[in-house]
Design a protein around this ligand. Structure first.
Ligand code: ADP
Ligand code: MG
Ligand code: MG
Length: 489
């Protein structure tokens, strides 16, 4: 018997009723973003979300989750290995001004000596299902590993609840045949907040008489604020940990470093001075977040502080795509992961990825980039979407920037996900079409800087993002995709 079409098609009346239930659930459960025009900053609009959870291979989902603690350990070890990482970033800094600026802050604070004893990673490893033809088994291939500002954990948790609600309330057409057992509850908010609470705990007590807080560093005019608020609500309600929010440019104005102890002090709007135990960066991942030298001074002040950083500059640098490429070179994983079977589990998720420098491998990859660009994506050392160069545009782009800068890029084989159909709801409109999914698995790692000892290492839920198959990038905020949930098959 042929499998039923998925997702099912509803009659126009049924679809319109479903969309109203969908929008109301989103707005009443904080599955929302701030609209572009928002004069009082008190308006919300439903976040772009998939109407139905997308079918996702159970085996791939399980392997992505089970490999996460190994990835946490790997990236904590990379961030802690000043010698290996320092050499790699030094080379990058010569061809990439943003990498250089970050590295300069790192070197400056390192020379003085770090005051923090612990480092926190709230990571997200992103994958696509690689299945070039229906006769191939589906396997997960890693797109990238994020070590800073990995977003959407809050909304992703709410999406799994939304899809489950729609099943329970029989709001979906009968033909959907969805079962709650296949739509797991996503613990991302709980686990990520628990990671921040652990950092606050390991930081220890504030000086006598002072309160403590976790400081979120956010972009001015942030539209994805509710995603972040969910972490705050969980921290306050479940862990009794307070949260404050500042943009980078506000840091030197509203915080000070206590001389000697380098405790970071923040004065709240109520005039209370609290000690910042943990700095959680949801900004600062790209050059646009540093329009002036003030933002760099802010970043330096935070890095110098005793507060636990999520992430430290070193951890942010460990998330460079160049690191991902180097880790795929034969023999390199062994420096960080001692168990051969663990190395194998990690390696099984790698897609082909090459340097574009003047090493023999880099020269071979340059040839591939010019002779078979249709197989590849070219990536600079940037985060946040919209920075990559695809397929036939690669040769022209490389020629336009000059050969001396090519080593700042990596070349990656395009992952080939199986065809699927989906319905994305955006601006109250249901758009049906061919889609591609990207699974992110969150991880929490907390380690001691003195010796790199991992004190917390957990898989922390997931994010499925779905985009139209014809768009190359899947950015939800950038307007290309949506937050989705999994229906395991
Ligand atoms: P960023 O750090 O900017 O998010 P990514 O490496 O995640 O950079 O690339 C952005 C997007 O480009 C991904 O979300 C995915 O949609 C697409 N992409 C990246 N690498 C690949 C790949 N190897 N194969 C197919 N699509 C890719
Ligand atoms: Mg990224
Ligand atoms: Mg990405």
């Amino acid at each position: 018997m042929a499998a039923a079409a998925y997702p099912p098609t509803a009659t126009p009346e049924a679809l319109s009723a479903l969309l109203q239930v969908f929008a109301d659930y989103s707005l009443s459960h904080g599955l929302a973003v701030r609209p572009v025009t928002n004069p009082t900053n008190t308006l919300a609009t439903p976040a772009p979300v998939s109407l139905y959870p997308s079918r996702f291979p159970r085996t791939c989902f399980a392997s992505g989750r089970s490999v996460q603690p190994l990835y946490n350990a790997l990236y904590a070890a990379v961030a802690h290995d000043a010698e290996w990482l320092g050499k790699l970033i030094q080379d990058l800094a010569a061809v990439d001004t943003f990498m250089k600026s970050l590295h300069d802050v790192y070197l400056q604070v390192s020379a003085e000596g770090f005051a923090h004893e612990y480092a926190l990673g709230l990571f997200r490893s992103d994958y696509m299902v690689h299945r070039p033809s229906p006769s191939d088994p589906p396997v997960l291939h890693q797109v990238e590993f994020n070590t800073i500002a990995a977003s959407f954990g809050g909304l992703a948790s709410r999406v799994s609840e939304l899809h489950r609600f729609l099943v329970k309330s029989a709001a979906y057409p009968k033909a959907a045949e969805l079962s709650l057992e296949d739509i797991p509850l996503n613990p991302a908010v709980k686990e990520l907040a628990a990671g921040l609470a652990a950092a606050d705990h390991y930081y220890g007590a504030a000086e006598a008489g002072r309160g403590k807080a976790v400081l979120f560093i956010v972009q001015p005019g942030e539209r994805n604020a509710f995603d972040q608020r969910w972490l705050e609500y969980e921290l306050v309600e479940e862990h009794g940990v307070r949260v404050c929010r500042l943009s980078l440019v506000e840091v030197p104005v509203k915080t000070t470093l206590e001389t000697g102890s380098r405790r970071l002090l923040y004065t709240t709007p109520n005039g209370e001075t609290v000690e910042v135990s943990t700095v959680y960066f949801r900004a600062g991942y790209g050059p646009d977040d540093y329009p002036t030298s003030l933002e760099w001074e802010a970043r330096t002040q935070l890095e110098r502080s005793r507060a636990v950083k999520c992430p430290t500059i070193a951890t942010q640098l460990a998330g460079a795509k160049k690191v991902q490429q180097e880790l795929a070179v034969d023999g390199v994983l062994g420096r960080f992961i001692k168990s051969p079977s663990e190395r194998e589990e990690i390696r099984a998720t790698f897609a082909a990825i090459y340097p574009l420098d003047t090493s023999p491998a880099g020269l071979a990859a340059r040839k591939l980039a010019f002779e078979h660009p249709e197989r590849y994506v070219l990536k600079p050392q940037r985060e946040g979407g919209g920075n990559n160069v695809y397929r036939s545009k690669i040769p022209g782009f490389l020629n336009s920037i000059g050969e001396n800068l090519w080593s700042g890029y990596i070349l990656m084989e395009l992952i080939e996900p199986p065809p699927a159909e989906g319905v994305i709801v955006r601006n109250a409109e249901a758009l049906r079409g061919a889609v591609v999914g990207e699974l992110g698995v969150y991880g929490v790692a907390l380690w001691r800087e003195k010796d790199g000892e991992l004190l917390v290492n957990k898989e922390a839920g997931w994010l499925l993002r779905t985009k139209g198959a014809d768009s190359e990038e899947g950015g939800v905020a950038a307007g290309f995709g949506c937050v989705d949930g999994v229906c395991l098959v």
